[in-house]
Design a protein around this ligand. Sequence first.
Ligand SMILES: [Zn+2]
Length: 594
Amino acid sequence: MPITLEQLNHAPLAEAAQMLDGLYEHSPWIAQQALAQRPFASLAALKHAMVTVLAQADVDAQLALIRAHPELAGKAMVSQSLTAESTNEQTKAGLTNCTPAEFAHIQQLNADYNAKFGFPFILAVRGPRGTGLTKREIIATFERRLGNPVDFERAECLRNIHRIAEIRLNDKFGFEPAIGNAVWDWHEDLARHSDPGFAEQGQLTVTYLTDAHRACAADLAARMRECGFDEVNIDAVGNVVGRYLGTSPQAPALLTGSHYDTVRNGGKYDGRLGIFVPMACVRHLHAQGRRLPFAFEVVGFAEEEGQRYKATFLGSGALTGHFNPAWLDQQDAEGVTMRAAMQHAGLPATPDAIHALKRDPSKYLGFVEVHIEQGPVLNEMDLPLGVVTSINASVRYLCEAIGMASHAGTTPMDRRRDAASAVAELALYAEQRASADGNSVATIGMLQVPGGSINVVPGRCLFSLDLRAPSDAQRDALERDILGQLRAICERRGIGLKTEETMRAAAAPSAPAWQARWERAVDAQGVPLHRMPSGAGHDAMKLHEVMPQAMLFVRGLNSGISHNPLESTTSDDMELCVNAFSHLLDQLATEHQP
Ligand SMILES: [Zn+2]
């Protein structure tokens, strides 16, 4: 019989501890201490209580927990002395039937790992969907994590231990994140479409209006109809628009969505999570035969990443009236104009048809967007959800430092005008200056010495600057200091300087009332509230120009890596996100009750 939260909350302590037995390998103290925080509002609250206990324990206790785990496919498995839970997990991952070569390779990895870290490799082998990683995925993860620094890897082991405990807890409570699993599967299914050249290598790349892109749009539209949307169409720029009608046709609608295009060799969740989560909400509403007092419009934006054409945020920009008709003449790398690509896709490709997509803000309550975090913060804090306070302001420059190319052997150090050293000095300053703010970031992502040689002092250095901060004022101060320092460095070193501003975007602070709705929605899931700025740009930034907006972030695994095939999140976190979104809809329904 599965345990219920009600039983756990009311049982005598010893009995409650018994109910949680086996969650943490040979370490019942974690669940026992967490029980002091009863009653738990949700399973997520219980999970977080255990996370907190372990986070507050000293390093020795954390290491003891890690060392209480068996090696993967190790001696304990061979001698069949694993705990029942571990046997179940290692069997599901296919580790009990390795080939001799695989087994030998894993043994070598175990030995190397232990020698470097002094504790066994811990991986939640049942994976982000709970159904098991493949042997290939396990071995690849093992190999990759061997390169991590020791402290980071200890924390990564603890995160995996919490994931193992989460799955064990779900099993005990007979809880299956059925909604999260469905959403997870939708991502997997959509990821089967990928552009030529990438598809063959198992990589995900979906750029604007390619065959794979159009297949994604068709799939999304079909899935929206299945979910019970009343109106579904693909608009003049390729956005997939679904509308779930409300009880009062005149009431302003809620707008949400994110993008379905990807970067080259990207992740499966970037953008798409923000389409599928609200679709799951509609599926649930439709199944209940429930209507909201307002219409709910979910948009799969066709283009956000600016990969095929230099027209970033094209999809959401069309809704705000920012589509530039000159873009129709832009050519991709093969010389195909955007107009031709649109016509090939059966779209009208006329400025008028695109201009007609512009939304009247008075017909909308506002815009909300769910997105995978694309950063390490929530993963490090062991928090599934985060509420965005502001999308960072940014500014970008392409610069050139001009020194004097001279002989590397004959030019004394005090007589050089080394362009690359000047930029190196700036790079260190920019790092310090941005760190001093706490939440600003500065990056020199491009740095080259054109025509450089091993025996020549760099005469020129081309470099980029990307500066971001949560407010325009903070960004401006950062920019002023870094450019000021750049000029001072160049002057002192006798270096000429050219700078060209290539992009400037204002911060998009969340609308307070909308941010508060997300906060209540997260709170209702029983997990701690964490507010954070968004370092990356999102479609919400475009909608910000015409209506109030606020975003919700979902934790990413693997340090939140994104724009990378390792991007990942669990079906448990997806389920929490769907629940939070449904809560936001319920709040709005209450506020707008006729
Ligand atoms: Zn994105």
